[in-house]
Ligand binder design. Structure first.
Ligand SMILES: [Zn+2]
Length: 401
């Protein structure tokens, strides 16, 4: 009658949302009072978290770049906070993402990821720790945390075991003045207006066969794919520094696809070649034969030793005959090792033959995702279209025995 909307944050109740399927506000309030309202465990822990956060506590495990956790509250982490201030300042002066990235690189400021690892004294092998991504900078420039607001319930997990999805901003819970601000509210507001004009390149890429497989041969970073009609793959990491060996490293996608496809075809032909696999039976027989021979020698040695213990042979005689037997045994053992190796190779190949049969049933065979995934782990790109492939299978092109 009075147009009252009743919201209970801790009970996750909103009368507007449940207008027609509950007994109305009076009934609901009665339920809440009596704690009949059903609550699951996760809901309970969320409520506890909320009330703690409202008191200014910080109970999350990790904190944002620029802050550190001290006695369950957020404190400013000065070195990182200075970088945050710098980024805002640059943006305020009208720098775009690329210009900010260049400036941070020139000032040799390590990325938040690197910063965190250095603080924990974890070792990481990154080629350059000073190359920031536009996404990181965008996230910093739009993070309300830096004006002292704590934002809760940004994401939601709809089903147990599923990945969390982002909620709409109107459903977030914001706790202002939760902790010390790094950026003034006015500056932050100004930047939000500006951000609207900042464009970030759409990183969503059209599916392509070699997705996630192409790496820079010099710095091991994933190579970026341009969104042209004929895409080019290039190492983004060298963009800002001409001294990198991979500076201006580029390759056309069509070109690399062609090279990789030819290499895969060669592997397939090697696998399809049945010369080796037809030998499995013979090799197995040979293996058993050799094992028997070795057994026979061991028996001989046992007898020899017994005779020596019983005093039928002198020490000198024993050593001499034993040495002869060992010498005779040696080539047999070598032969066994070799046969064993060949047998493993043939069996390996035999298994692959069966697997490949399924993959290459399409004719004519064209490069496709399945083919790439079956054969290729990683592809490293070097200058002058030199490429190196890390195969998932045994490389039949190189080590043919
Ligand atoms: Zn590189």
């Amino acid at each position: 009658m009075y147009h009252v909307r009743f919201i209970s944050v801790t009970e996750n109740y909103d009368s507007d949302k449940t207008k027609n399927n509950t007994g109305g506000i009076p009934v609901t309030i009665q339920f809440l009072k009596n704690e009949y309202y059903s609550r699951d465990l996760s809901q309970k822990s969320k409520s506890a978290k909320y009330s703690k956060m409202q008191k200014g506590e910080y109970i999350q495990k990790n904190c944002y770049y620029g802050y550190k956790k001290e006695e369950n509250t957020l404190k400013i982490d000065e070195p990182a906070a200075n970088t945050v201030r710098l980024i805002f300042l640059l943006a305020l002066q009208g720098y775009n993402y690329t210009q900010i990235i260049k400036e941070l690189y020139n000032r040799k400021i390590v990325t938040p990821e690197r910063y965190k690892k250095e603080k924990r004294r974890q070792k990481i092998a990154l080629y350059s720790p000073y190359i920031w991504s536009a996404t990181t900078i965008k996230n910093i420039l739009s993070n309300e945390q830096y004006i002292g607001t704590y934002v809760m319930r940004k994401t939601v997990i709809k089903e147990l075991g599923e990945k969390s999805t982002k909620r709409e901003e109107k459903d977030w819970i914001k706790i202002p003045n939760h902790h010390e601000a790094i950026i003034e509210k006015e500056v932050f507001k100004q930047i939000q207006k500006q951000l609207f004009h900042f464009k970030i390149k759409d990183t969503k890429q059209r599916e392509y066969f070699l997705k996630g497989k192409i790496y820079c041969g010099y710095c091991s970073h994933t190579m970026q794919r341009s969104r042209h009609k004929y895409p080019i793959l290039s190492c983004r990491h060298s963009e800002v520094d001409t001294s990198f060996p991979c500076y201006h490293l580029k390759i056309a996608e069509k070109e690399i696809e062609e090279i990789v496809f030819q290499m895969i075809l060669k592997q397939i032909n090697m696998i399809k070649d049945t010369k080796q696999t037809s030998n499995i039976e013979i090799q197995t027989k040979q293996k058993v034969e050799l094992q028997n021979q070795i057994q026979f020698y061991h028996k001989k040695k046992e007898i020899l030793y017994e005779q020596y213990i019983k005093g039928k042979l002198t020490e000198e005689q024993f050593i001499k005959i034993n040495l002869e037997l060992t010498k005779e045994l040696e080539p047999i053992q070598n032969k066994l090792e070799e046969i064993d190796f060949q047998l493993k190779y043939s069996k390996n190949k035999n298994t692959l033959q069966n697997q490949v049969k399924d993959i290459i049933k399409d004719t004519p065979l064209l490069l496709n995702k399945e083919l790439v995934n079956f054969f290729i782990d990683k592809i490293y790109i070097f200058k002058e279209n030199h490429i190196e492939v890390k195969w998932k299978i045994k490389d039949f092109l190189q080590k043919r025995q």
